[in-house]
Design a protein around this ligand. Sequence first.
Ligand code: 13P
Length: 333
Amino acid sequence: MAAQEMEMIARALVAPNKGILAADESTGTIEKRFKNINVPNTEENRRDYRELLFTTPDISKFISGVILYDETIRQKNKEGTPLVEILKQQGLIPGIKVDKGAKPLAGFPGEKITEGLDGLRARFEEYYKLGARFSKWRAVITIGNGIPTLACIKANAHALACYAALSQEAGIVPIVEPEVLMDGSHTLQRCAEVTELTIRIVFEELFMQRVVFEQMLLKPNMVTAGKDSPEQASVSDVAKATIRVLRHSVPAAVPGIVFLSGGQNDILATEHLNAMNQLGPHPWQLSFSYGRALQDAPLHAWLGNPSNRATAQQAFLHRAECNGMARSGKYSE
Ligand code: 13P
């Protein structure tokens, strides 16, 4: 029963024309986003901003589910309705970020390991009761001089697989996110090599730890040149390189791949997804699970001012629709 439900949820999350909103910024990360628009990082502002996103009219045409942060899954709006209920009323599936962030990996300068496995079984039980039907764990891999090391990739893959197995045990669909960061001046080719190695090792660990591929989603980076590389690749080169890497490394049993935006500007993130879907058909659904690429526009339209609510919702709906179109390669500005 739980197995069937998880497969259904995984498929619903990547239903045609739809993708995921990542609204799971930790309190520290959303502080950075609010600072850009001079909004104080209070619990009330975080709630009001996220409620604005969740109540956007028609948003469920293009958004299937929302990844929440621990604070948000417990929050209620001013009238006392839990935000999770609001999501459900809108036809959106509630998800939860369960990792506790990437910390320095002992003995490996410049590399990180994601924490959060201790006590995770009990946390999953509670999150299921609170309404979460999918979850996310993010590992970060950094490209630099002599890094990533195999040790770092393996440690992170192991943790991702432990997490995914616990998530499925709780009846919650895991989104496995190994993010190769865009930071640095590396070439597209280097990003392709590191991304392929990382995803291959992640799937080997998922297999070893008996994670069911049909009941999970993968959330990878796209294959791009480093942010500081003088040689930025074209949209078409990014699309081709990303598809090539994914075809080499992701089993066809996985229902969907939902990209992170990772600091790409919002229009480019849409163009890349569109170009990849134009190269289809693919063995898996190719969709989005964007944070910044969906939220930059509404954040800057909102500016913390309640009277900008409708404009901010419009801006969010527009980006969601653009990405919804990119799901079938039909995006145009
Ligand atoms: P970005 O799209 O801003 O990279 O956020 C997605 C996410 O959930 C990263 O963990």
